[in-house]
Design a protein around this ligand. Sequence first.
Ligand code: FAD
Length: 430
Amino acid sequence: TISICWFRRDLRLEDNAAFYHALKSDYPVLPLFIFDQHILDKFSKDDARVAFIHQTIEKLKQELQKHGADILVKYGKVEKIWPAVLKEYEVKEVYTNHDYEPYARKRDDDVAEYLTSEKIAFKTFKDQVIFEKDEILKSDRTPYTVFTPFYRQWQAKLNDFYTRAYLTKKHFKNLFQTKHLPYPTLQEMGFEQGNLQFPKVDYKNKLDNYAKERDYPALDGTTHIGLHLRFGTLSIRKAVADAIAAKSTVWLSELAWREFYMAILWHFPYAAFDSFKKQYDKIKWRNNETEFKAWCTGNTGYPIVDAGMRQLNQTGWMHNRVRMIVASFLTKHLLIDWRWGETYFAGKLLDYEMASNVGGWQWAAGSGNDAAPYFRVFNPELQTKKFDRELEYIKKWVPEFGTKKYAQPIVEHTLARERILKVFKEALNS
Ligand code: FAD
């Protein structure tokens, strides 16, 4: 008789809430990971995130094998995998960490129902955030929809208790002992390795200058930990504790933005697909396919936009300042639906996180959780003057900039600005 700890987006053995509670249970613990076809079938075959998960699990296997244990890895549809697992093992309890995305919530409800019908306890824990669901609410018990007051309460509530690590290692003696278990290769699941580099968790020397440098894309002053927070190869408790220790309040507030958007997604799941402010779905987007393609490939003739898109296409990452600029450009200059941009980012970003991506895109479109008026339109030229004055970032990613080979602007700024103001006004006043 065993307990299972089902790993999903929490791919680490240390400081993991569900794993800790499983290890403290009465039964030996078998870790499990499912390569879920419902999710994977939507990915392109060279998607680097699948390779990242695969190589991370390989490391978990090696670590577990040192303790005579292993992780059971399955590939298929979740609803088919669970009955198969229950046939192989006598399972008494299943432990897992909360996941707040709409698909995951439905999946977990279904699995909970199935396991309960098999008389197996399904125990779930908070792990990927400091505060979740209803922990940060307004005094009338409704969710915050604006960041600043959310953050005020988030900060006021934060103390050592919430950042304390779950000391799992002490309980490794309760791991289920097994011979080495089979592990499907990437190729067997139809995927390739790809050639993107994965950032390391190595941010300590960035925190001191973060507040000063984070807005300048050429400086690369941010930490690149998004991928690790996405897949749980870094614990949020550790990141927050490190932010506090380094007195990096600006970085701390960025980590809180992540939680703010997760809370929004939890309370308003419709906003993953529809505009948070519903009247924005009346906007008559132009959705010109040729212009969209020029944006995707970094050929708009706006150098800061093109630099960002090329950085994204080539590395799977884009600097935050530039994400804001390219998103504003797509939605406002080109009048293309924010969902097109959101989907494109979702396919490319190694650190893709539904809550933050939808949040960032809706912020740019004006339809999201932001008090700024819709007529705020980023001027790419002014943004360049402010944040890439020496054009270092632009020249790195757009080497033909300044030559005849470089694209002509696909839209003129003043014209675009007038057009968007008119179209938005019509939609929002109707
Ligand atoms: P750092 O600046 O070092 O920040 C550390 C961590 O804090 C980040 O890894 C992230 O987890 C969190 N964070 C920082 N800024 C934000 C923010 N504005 N909103 C939410 N979390 C934040 N972030 C994602 O993690 N996934 C996405 O899919 C994503 N899509 C975005 C789309 C748009 C249009 C915009 C404007 C922003 C998006 N962001 C997204 C937020 C932000 O751009 C990235 O988190 C950041 O650039 C990642 O780089 P970093 O890890 O070096 O961040």
